[in-house]
Design a protein around this ligand. Sequence first.
Ligand SMILES: NC(=O)C1=CN([C@@H]2O[C@H](COP(=O)(O)OP(=O)(O)OC[C@H]3O[C@@H](n4cnc5c(N)ncnc54)[C@H](O)[C@@H]3O)[C@@H](O)[C@H]2O)[C@H](O)CC1
Ligand SMILES: [K+]
Length: 520
Amino acid sequence: MKIFSAQQIYAADKFTIKKQEITSDALMERAAVQIFNWMHMRMQGAPVKIHLFCGIGNNGGDGMALARHLQEHGYHIAVYVVNYSKKRSDDFLLNLERLKERKVWPEFLDSGSEFPEIGRDDIIVDAIFGIGLNRPADDWVVRLIQHLHASQAFILSVDIPSGLFMDKGVQNPDAVIKANFVLSFQAPKLPFFLPGTGIYLNEWEVLDIGLDPEYLTNTETDYELSGKNEVLPLYIPREKFSHKGTYGHALVVGGSKGKIGAVHSASKACLVTGAGLVTAYVPECGVLPLQTNLPETMVIADEGVDVLNKIKYDIEPKVIAIGIGMGQEVSTIQAFTTFLDENKSPLVIDADALNILATNKALLKRLPKESVLTPHPKELERLIGKWKDDFDKLKKAKAFSKKYACVLIIKGAHSIVIYDGKGYVNTTGNPGMATAGSGDVLTGVVTGLVAQGYSPLKAAVFGTYLHGRAGDIAVEQSGYQALTAGDICNAIGKAFIDLFVIPKPPEVQEQAKESEQEKS
Ligand SMILES: NC(=O)C1=CN([C@@H]2O[C@H](COP(=O)(O)OP(=O)(O)OC[C@H]3O[C@@H](n4cnc5c(N)ncnc54)[C@H](O)[C@@H]3O)[C@@H](O)[C@H]2O)[C@H](O)CC1
Ligand SMILES: [K+]
């Protein structure tokens, strides 16, 4: 699914209005009807008080039009105009008039107003600012936002939580609505997925307001979401007459005394992702544990006993994962440098190899094109420098990926794969996966995919999805706290199978759950 910028959404509006020969208020009406239907289906006429806070732009216009539909269906509403500017949009004014025609008189709030009382069990509709926010909100609006939070009522935000910018981070946390739910038009917005801004919403859903498909299909976006629909076409089926050679030989280089487990996790993940052969290259101390615990992998011992000293082998791997548990001893740094000079295979680079690259930036030039780098936030900072906010981070990450022609996987709640000026935002995964070794498994999965012939970019996007999905499947058994990297690894097979499971409609899922409960 594409993630559009604010400018692209405005352009889509224009295009749609022209092509479908409709007025802009007809588009607003569609948006309002969609929200109304969503609410009506859930509330079924319940006599809960709904407070609608509407700005004076088109987001506020949506709120006004929604208020009209709620009123027509007998809902108990109170409408407020958050009067932060004299510059009202035409469609806001039109919908204000339509509301007045129905004898609904909104209360106008400004800097001198006493704010309305809101019950804990009431519902707040937040239509104060939409994607048009372009400067920080006035102090009194910030006070209003705090007042809404203090009520503890459920907050439903229209399009985007008010106070979030589309292209910059949060400067004043008090100036942003914390939404329980966001109903966003046509496509989700980038801030929903970034750590500094995503914390302002619990859940989101997209409502289709019928923007023109021609525009939506033909417009290239800087970001897109990677869900099941996007990754399924990447899947390469296994051939009947294939053999292990078909699926590539992967080499996993890393480990040091006390950190051999990292190589175990990555190698196992590589195997269960489908690589034909996996060889682990470790210091001598790693040979016995790996041979004992992971007999399906082959092991090559470095001349170093506790750390890597040479990185010499006589196989020709299709792909090499390097860095996990490797440490940064002087001899290891030297071995890694020599390795980069001689290496011809595609690379997946993680952990200590990233830290070595960060402190010796000249080495970055020696990476083969399309190397996959998998930094967590601290490793990323060492590579690209400090950032002002998430948007600045993405800009710097894109510049880095361009400069070194590499694929970056920025690990996080929504990992983002960066390549060739574009970001692929992952949709799978859960907080249980913030656990030791989880990243080693990701490295193994991506490596396993490259071994089988996936391009590095496809391997990064698909691998990140599979890794998260495996975590989601595993957490159902383990719970968040007890989830281990081993559980994620063991669920990778199920994540593949799940690609081909067609989700049942919600009511069927509900019935299945109920009959499960009855049985137990
Ligand atoms: N295709 C769609 O998705 C549609 C979305 N709709 C809704 O329209 C808004 C965007 O509307 P817009 O009028 O451009 O922006 P806002 O409602 O966010 O209004 C802000 C308004 O106020 C000015 N402004 C910005 N920041 C401040 C500030 N801090 N203080 C004071 N004033 C400010 C700014 O110049 C704007 O004029 C979108 O989110 C949807 O909700 C359409 O209804 C249908 C199509
Ligand atoms: K809003």
